[in-house]
Design a protein around this ligand. Structure first.
Ligand SMILES: Nc1ncnc2c1ncn2[C@@H]1O[C@H](COP(=O)(O)OP(=O)(O)O)[C@@H](O)[C@H]1O
Ligand SMILES: [Mg+2]
Length: 226
């Protein structure tokens, strides 16, 4: 049997300076390869905190985080960065593209963090994915020359360039108008299915959440299945 893509057990998270407040309070979560889950919850409920822990960008105060069966507690920051580069892709509400780099260069940037890269193959994958999202004529444009919807599509492709097992998306449609938001969701669902990647998507929008396999609400530091 395959290990879950990521598994959290009894995760507690509080922040320095506010250590009495448990943002995550004994949270359990598990997602298998290819599953797509939504996480909703009010502002300040800890959704971004949870995604940061799922993505190994932050460590829990206690509890365990396993990525594809590996307990991350035993890894150094360098080991964690390596695991992250090989396994996890991120899409944020604001695209965080490098403003001085072209769409193609932005997509290739995460490959620099890998220990071994076949560059011709990786560049071909970047071009293929950009074509798939309708951006084949925008390869050399910088983010300032792209629309908001186009920038988010570049950000999705960038998150996929290293063939992650897990795609984490923090309100990826939050800054888009309705039509662009729907298009981006279509793309995320289509491409996560085609790539067999697990998707955890944070959203305010119940209509978006209802399109995923399962929706959870984060409340009181724990997840509640909807
Ligand atoms: N780096 C940090 N240091 C201290 N407190 C933080 C930090 N990040 C988030 N918080 C606090 O943790 C709580 C949850 O934040 P967050 O995870 O960003 O919620 P959400 O994404 O659901 O809006 C908030 O009260 C926030 O102020
Ligand atoms: Mg947030």
């Amino acid at each position: 049997m395959n290990a879950p893509t990521v598994e959290l057990t009894q995760v507690i998270k509080s922040y320095a300076g506010d250590s009495h407040r448990k943002v995550l309070n004994g949270l359990d979560f598990s997602i298998d390869p290819g599953q797509r889950f939504a996480i909703t919850g009010p502002s300040g409920s800890g959704k971004s905190t949870l995604l940061n822990i799922l993505g190994t960008l932050d460590r829990p105060s206690s509890g365990t985080v396993r990525i594809a069966g590996t307990d991350t507690a035993g890894l150094s920051d360098e080991g964690l960065a390596h695991l992250r580069a090989e396994t996890i892709g991120f899409v944020f509400q604001l695209h965080h593209l490098l403003p001085q780099c072209s769409a193609l260069e932005n997509v290739l940037a995460p490959a620099l963090a890998r220990s071994q890269v076949n560059w011709p193959e990786t560049e071909q994958r970047a071009r293929d994915l950009l074509q798939r999202v309708g951006l084949e004529h925008h390869l050399t444009k910088v983010p300032g020359q792209l629309s908001g919807g186009e920038r988010q599509r570049v950000a999705v492709v960038r998150a996929l360039i290293n063939r992650p097992r897990l795609l984490l998306a923090d309100e990826p449609t939050g800054a888009l108008d309705e039509a662009n938001a729907r298009n981006l969701m279509d793309l995320l669902l289509e491409i996560s299915e085609a790539e067999g990647v697990s998707l955890v998507l944070v959203t305010h929008d119940p209509a978006v959440a209802s399109r995923l396999d399962r929706a959870y609400e984060l409340r009181g530091g724990a997840l509640h299945r909807q």
